[in-house]
Write a protein that binds this ligand. Structure first.
Ligand SMILES: NC(=O)c1ccc[n+]([C@@H]2O[C@H](COP(=O)([O-])OP(=O)(O)OC[C@H]3O[C@@H](n4cnc5c(N)ncnc54)[C@H](O)[C@@H]3O)[C@@H](O)[C@H]2O)c1
Length: 355
C-alpha cells in the first residue's frame, strides 16, 4: 500500500475512534441525566410540615408519583398528589399504607422538633423513635426500594470532653441534650442497622437549621426565620438567643435539592448512611444585619431564653460536610446574602396572602 494511504487509513481509524468515544461520553451524560430524573413512586411521612411542603412541590414538578401522608392535612396540595392521613405511631396502619403504596422511595420526615419536643419528651420519643422504627420495619417487610431519613445537627451535644471540634465531622461521640436529639441518634443507628442487617437502602442527612418562607415547626433554630417574618411584619423582633449564637443554617431550596440528590446517588458511591450537610454559619447578629439591610427599618433585640440558649450552645458552630461533597457531589448554592435576597420578597408575598 502507498504510504499516503497508510496515513489516510490511520487518520480515518483514529477519527472514528474519537467519534465513537465522543458519542459514548455524550450517551453516558444523557443516561446519567435520564437516570437522575427516573420517575419514582414516593411516599412522604410528615408531608404537611416545613420541609414536606417544599419537597412535594419539587418532586411533583419533576414528574414523580407522590403519596403525601401526615397526621394533619396540608394547607394545599398540587393536583395529582395522593393524600393519606397517617400517624407514624400506629404501627399496623403504617404497614398497611406502605404495603398499599409499594413505594420506590419513602422520605421519612414525620417528627416533633427540638424546642416543641422538650414540652412533651414522652410523645416525642414515640413519634420520632418508635415511628422511625415502624417506618423502617414496614419498608423492610414490603420491599420499599429506599428510605431517606432526615437527621439533624441536634444529634450532637456538648459531651464530657473538651467540646465539639469546629468544624464538627460526622464521627464524634454523640451526646445530645434534647429528646429530639436522642431520637435522631437512635434513628440514625436504626437506619444503619436496617442497612447492614437487611440490605435496606437507607440514606440520610444531618440537616442544619432550615430557613424557608413556610412557618417553621418548633425547632430551636426558628429565631433565624422569625427575624425575617417579624422584622417584615412588625419592624421588631426580640430573639430568644444571644447575638453571638452561631449555628449551621441552610436555605430550604438547597435542603430539598440535597434530599433529591442523595436519593439519586448511586449506592456504590456512598460509604455511609448519614451525611453532614453545611451551607453557612452566621452568628445571630449577622442575620439581624442582613435582615436590616434588606428590609430597612427593623429593630432586632436579643433576650436569650435559658432553655433554648442551652440547646443552641450544645450544637456545633460549623459542620464538616466534605464526605457529602466528595461522594455525591453535594454543594450549597445559597449563602446568607443570596438567601436573604430570595427570601424577603417571598415572605412579603406570604404575609400579604395571609392578611
Ligand atoms: N426544619 C429544620 O430546620 C430541620 C432541621 C433538621 C432536621 N429536620 C428534620 O426534618 C424533618 C421534617 O422537618 P420539618 O421542618 O418539616 O418539621 P415540621 O414540624 O414542619 O413537620 C413535621 C411534620 O410531622 C408531622 N407529624 C407529627 N407527628 C406525627 C405523627 N405522629 N405521624 C405523622 N406525622 C406527624 C407534623 O404534623 C408535621 O407536619 C423532621 O424529621 C426534622 O427532624 C428539620
Amino acid at each position: 500500500m502507498m504510504p499516503w494511504r497508510d496515513d489516510a487509513v490511520f487518520l480515518l481509524r483514529s477519527l472514528s475512534l474519537r467519534i465513537f468515544v465522543a458519542h459514548f461520553v455524550v450517551a453516558q451524560v444523557v443516561f446519567a441525566r435520564f437516570a437522575a430524573d427516573k420517575r419514582m413512586k414516593i411516599l412522604i411521612t410528615g408531608a404537611s410540615g416545613q420541609i414536606g411542603t417544599d419537597l412535594i412541590r419539587t418532586l411533583h414538578r419533576r414528574g414523580h408519583t407522590l403519596v403525601a401522608t401526615d397526621v394533619r392535612e396540608p394547607e394545599q396540595l398540587d393536583d395529582g398528589v395522593q393524600w393519606q392521613e397517617l400517624d407514624v405511631t400506629e404501627r399496623s396502619h403504617v404497614s398497611e399504607v406502605i404495603a398499599a403504596a409499594q413505594p420506590d422511595a419513602v422520605f421519612h420526615l414525620a417528627a416533633i422538633l427540638s424546642a416543641r419536643g422538650e414540652a412533651n419528651p414522652q410523645r416525642t420519643y414515640e413519634i420520632n423513635q418508635a415511628g422511625t422504627y415502624y417506618v423502617l420495619e414496614s419498608c423492610r417487610e414490603h420491599g420499599a426500594g429506599q428510605v431517606i431519613f432526615t437527621s439533624s445537627i441536634a444529634a450532637y451535644g456538648p459531651g464530657f470532653g473538651p467540646g465539639l471540634p469546629d468544624p464538627t465531622p460526622e464521627e464524634v461521640a454523640l451526646h445530645p441534650t434534647t429528646m429530639y436529639g436522642v431520637t435522631k441518634v437512635g434513628g440514625e443507628l436504626l437506619c444503619e442497622y436496617y442497612h447492614q442487617r437487611y440490605g435496606l437502602d437507607v440514606r440520610g442527612v444531618r440537616f442544619p437549621g432550615l430557613i424557608s418562607a413556610e412557618l417553621p415547626g418548633g425547632g430551636t433554630s426558628d429565631y433565624a426565620l422569625f427575624m425575617y417574618t417579624e422584622g417584615i411584619a412588625k419592624g421588631y423582633y426580640e430573639a430568644f438567643c444571644r447575638a453571638d449564637t452561631r449555628i449551621p443554617l441552610m436555605y430550604m431550596p438547597d435542603g430539598v435539592r440535597a434530599l433529591i440528590e442523595l436519593c439519586n446517588a448511586p449506592r456504590d458511591q456512598l460509604s455511609r448512611c448519614i451525611y453532614n450537610l453545611a451551607a453557612f454559619s452566621p452568628d445571630a447578629s449577622e442575620i439581624a444585619d442582613a435582615v436590616t439591610r434588606a428590609v430597612g427599618d427593623v429593630t432586632i433585640e436579643f433576650a436569650p431564653d435559658p432553655v433554648r440558649q442551652a440547646i443552641l450552645d450544645s450544637w456545633p458552630r460549623t459542620v464538616d460536610d466534605h464526605l457529602a461533597r466528595k461522594e455525591w457531589g453535594w454543594k450549597p448554592t445559597y449563602d446568607l446574602e443570596s438567601m436573604t435576597a430570595d427570601l424577603v420578597p417571598k415572605i412579603r408575598e406570604l404575609l400579604a396572602a395571609r392578611s
